[in-house]
Design a binder for this molecule. Structure first.
Ligand code: ZN
Length: 125
């Protein structure tokens, strides 16, 4: 799954890629690629609503739900930007992939009392 998300990030470069994370609570089982419809996709992302609904349908069909979103930072760190912070909401896992360095960095974040807190990502399979 991580390889798939990294491949999506590399394919979208120099734009940001985005997509949804599907699973149950804190257990992410899959991802669903989405089109980035932001007006300035190199520094922003907006998940295409059709793709968002498709992810919800795919999740429900598998008895799961959309538990988070991922996007890439082609040229900056895997840290939420001011825009990411402004558009975030609670109870969602935000995964950011940075392609800025020699090797990709993947970080998880969640909103806790209005601020982003890091989430440790653990590979279970
Ligand atoms: Zn961002």
């Amino acid at each position: 799954m991580l390889d798939g998300i990294l491949a999506h990030a590399r394919r979208a470069r120099p734009d940001e890629c985005c997509g949804l994370l599907i699973g149950r609570a804190h257990d992410v089982r899959g991802f669903h690629e989405a089109r980035n419809t932001a007006a300035s996709p190199r520094t922003r992302y907006t998940i295409n609503p059709e793709d968002h609904f498709a992810a919800i349908r795919a999740a429900r069909a598998a008895g799961l739900e959309v538990v988070g979103a991922y996007h890439s930072h082609p040229a900056s760190e895997a840290v939420p930007s001011a825009t990411d912070r402004a558009e975030a909401f609670p109870h969602f896992l935000f995964v950011i992939v940075s392609l800025a360095g020699p090797s990709p960095v993947v970080c998880g974040w969640t909103l806790l009392e209005g601020n982003f807190a890091p989430v440790r990502l653990v590979r279970t399979t």
